[in-house]
Design a protein around this ligand. Structure first.
Ligand code: ZN
Ligand code: ZN
Length: 678
């Protein structure tokens, strides 16, 4: 090889570079290239080495990379440094520490770059002890006047939350440049010391755009968007980061209009982070439709979305139950070759099961190359909410076989799954096992257990569990027992439980309605009246029922009593038709869930216009025969809607899937997957 003339050597090097830049390079090719570089010292240039190591890191072949570095003709500090940096960047855990110690054992002396990479690794993987040791080594090797490394150490202490050591490093610096100041502002900001950060900022002899941006971020982070805005307005060097930071601040404070105004002012200065910030802001403020139209606008302006965009949008679809839009985003992800990592994978799972398609969620789940505890939790919760209790338990067993450690959420998912499927003894067993996994049972686990026992009719036992809980029961816990009382028609206990609920949350209108219904069922009309008066006196209103349905990529919202939908007249006529047909099928409107102070006929009208019925009727009208209908409801389905939907599924030969506040109902041919147990 050494006889290759110089010219063809450089073209060989170019050729190898070209091959290494190919993103789908396989192991065999990597090994060929490795052999070529190792056997020819003239090919051992910084650029080729960096590209080779990056390729290894991309294909998760860091062991190959190590072998390569160890076999270079001469100890090569540059290569070791690249290896350590890449292993930190590729997120392969503590592996960088192994590389660092192998390097020392080969007698390669570390330099500034090495220390900086190792410190960075210690920050990323919270290697506190090692970081402190590296700090000592740096001092020992005489780098204690190196501003660059000292700033790295300062950052390290800041990130691990050791404010005291960070301050010591900063105070001990022989001189401080703008980067060191910025780092210290970052540390103070992290610890919520906004006024200390501001003092330092004001004292700075010179500031760059990062200084201004740290100060803006600091105020935004600690909910002082007003001060952030003042700094933003004074900033003479506004860059896209400053704009993004202030927009993010407004989004987090829920001031979306101001955020949008600034966004519009930016014109062509926007980048994908700006778009993501706005989209995420809308999602977090539950303005899902606006999030999606923001994305559509992003497409029009030809801005390339990132993984963050996709995750935010999937979460919007999940909330809206917008399955078609979710599917479209999934197709977009595939088409544009986004890497489906655990974060994006989990967002897909979540979207599919919340949009009612647990089958596709399972497909995505099985296709994931790596699963973490969040993915397992999502699939267990999803299976449970769809009424697949046994399958949720199977998933838990598989999770254990793959040695993924369950956490508190796993058990919430399991207990809910058992509850929704009536698996009483399994639920009891899981509840007793929580501690075995080193998890302290939390209030949510007790809530699930009360639900499980209550639904199965063990009302006394559920009450006892509440009374002996180590923490104060909250509304969710009492609420579970209340639902059980309703299913098992225990008026006396209902009254007792509702009083607890009213004490805890005097503003939840649902509780008053419930109590009033309980009294009505016992013919205690005076109590019904006083309950109503109490509710009105406290200015409490019942949350209006609201249902969403997606038709042709548009999400339609129906709120009870709202007639503003452009097709309301047709829908209303269709609902009357449906009501008659259901009557012929023997359906008697069940009006017990309506306030007992209106006339019987009006009550019937009130249940006829429950939002899920309107949404389902609209779905039948606007989609082709046989198409499944998916509706998302904000409250629990009432028993009349439940019974009527079972018959509608039969009448129209459609699968109707309703996600209510607690679970999914799959209505098929006259029955529901919840087996009337919800
Ligand atoms: Zn209803
Ligand atoms: Zn059901």
């Amino acid at each position: 090889m050494s006889s290759i003339p110089r010219r063809s050597l450089s073209s060989l090097s170019d050729h190898l570079l070209f091959r290494l830049q190919n993103s789908s390079i396989n192991l065999r090719h990597l090994q060929q290239i490795q052999a070529q570089i190792l056997t020819n010292i003239h090919l051992q240039s910084n650029s080729l080495i960096t590209h080779f190591l990056s390729s290894c890191a991309r294909s998760r072949k860091l062991d190959n990379a190590l072998l390569f570095v160890q076999n270079l003709r001469r100890p090569y500090l540059y290569a070791w440094n690249s290896l350590i940096r890449l292993s930190v960047e590729s997120g392969s855990g503590q592996q960088f520490l192994g590389f660092y110690s192998k390097m020392l054992r080969q007698n390669v002396a570390p330099d500034k770059t090495t220390f900086s990479a190792v410190l960075h690794g210690c920050v990323v993987f919270s290697e506190i002890k090692v970081g402190e040791a590296v700090h000592c080594q740096i001092l020992k090797m005489g780098f204690d006047f190196d501003l660059f490394l000292l700033t790295g150490i300062l950052n390290f202490y800041g990130k691990i939350g050791d404010l005291c050591s960070a301050k010591k490093v900063f105070d001990g610096m022989p001189e401080r440049d703008v980067v060191a100041h910025n780092a210290m502002i970052g540390v103070l900001s992290k610890h919520g010391l906004a006024s200390d950060a501001r003092r330092l900022f004001d004292e700075m002899p010179e500031r760059n755009s990062a200084s201004w941006n740290s100060m803006i971020t600091c105020y935004c982070k600690w909910d002082d968007v007003h001060s952030a805005r003042m700094i933003f307005d004074q900033n003479p060097v506004k860059d896209v980061i400053s704009w993004n930071a202030i927009i993010d601040g407004y989004c987090k404070s829920g001031l979306l209009e101001t955020a949008q105004e600034l966004f519009d002012q930016m014109g062509s200065a926007k980048n994908s982070v700006t778009w993501n910030t706005m989209i995420t802001g809308y999602v977090q403020c539950r303005e899902f439709n606006r999030a999606i139209s923001m994305f559509q606008q992003m497409q029009v302006e030809n801005v390339k979305p990132t993984e963050v965009t996709m995750v935010s949008l999937l979460s919007a679809c999940a909330h809206l139950g917008a399955l078609d839009m979710g599917r479209w985003i999934h197709a977009y992800i595939k088409h544009h070759n986004f890497r489906i990592d655990v974060v994006l994978g989990n967002a897909l799972l979540d979207m599919y099961y919340k949009c009612g398609s647990i089958e596709t969620a399972l497909e995505v789940f099985h296709g994931l190359s790596r699963k973490n505890v969040y993915c397992w939790n999502t699939i267990i919760v999803g299976l449970g909410m769809h009424g697949y209790g046994k399958e949720a338990i199977d998933a838990f067993v598989a999770m254990e076989n793959e040695r993924t450690r369950p956490d508190g959420v796993t058990f919430v998912g399991l207990l809910c799954a058992c509850s929704h499927s009536g698996l009483i003894s399994e639920g009891r067993r899981f509840f007793s096992q929580i501690g075995v996994y080193g998890i302290e049972p939390g209030i949510e686990h007790y809530g699930c257990m009360v639900d499980l026992l209550g639904r199965a009719g063990f009302l006394e036992e559920a009450l006892k569990l509440i009374e002996t809980m180590p923490m104060k029961p909250n509304c969710a816990v009492w609420g579970s027992l209340l639902r059980a009382c309703r299913i098992h028609k225990d008026a006396k206990l209902s009254e007792q439980v509702t009083k607890h609920l009213l004490e805890l949350d005097p503003c939840d209108g649902g509780n008053y309605v419930f109590l009033s219904n309980v009294y009505a069922s016992m013919n205690r009309w005076d109590d019904v009246e006083s309950c109503r008066k109490m509710m009105l006196g406290r200015g409490v209103h019942k949350t209006p029922g609201c249902s969403l349905i997606e038709v042709n990529n548009v999400v339609h919202e129906f709120v009870i009593g709202d007639t503003s939908h452009p097709q309301f007249t047709q829908i209303s006529a269709f609902l009357d038709e449906i009501a008659m047909e259901l009557r012929d099928l023997g359906h008697e409107p069940d009006t017990t869930s309506v306030f007992h102070d209106i006339e019987e006929e009006e009550k019937e009208n009130a249940v006829r216009y429950h939002s899920e019925k309107i949404a389902i009727a609209f779905g039948v009208m606007s989609t082709g025969p046989g198409k499944p209908i998916r509706v998302v409801k904000n409250l629990r389905m009432c028993s009349d809607c439940h019974a009527a939907t079972k018959l509608m599924a039969k009448l129209f030969k459609r699968e109707i899937i309703v996600r209510d506040r607690n679970r999914f109902h799959h209505f098929r041919d006259g029955s529901c997957s919840c087996r009337d147990y919800w």
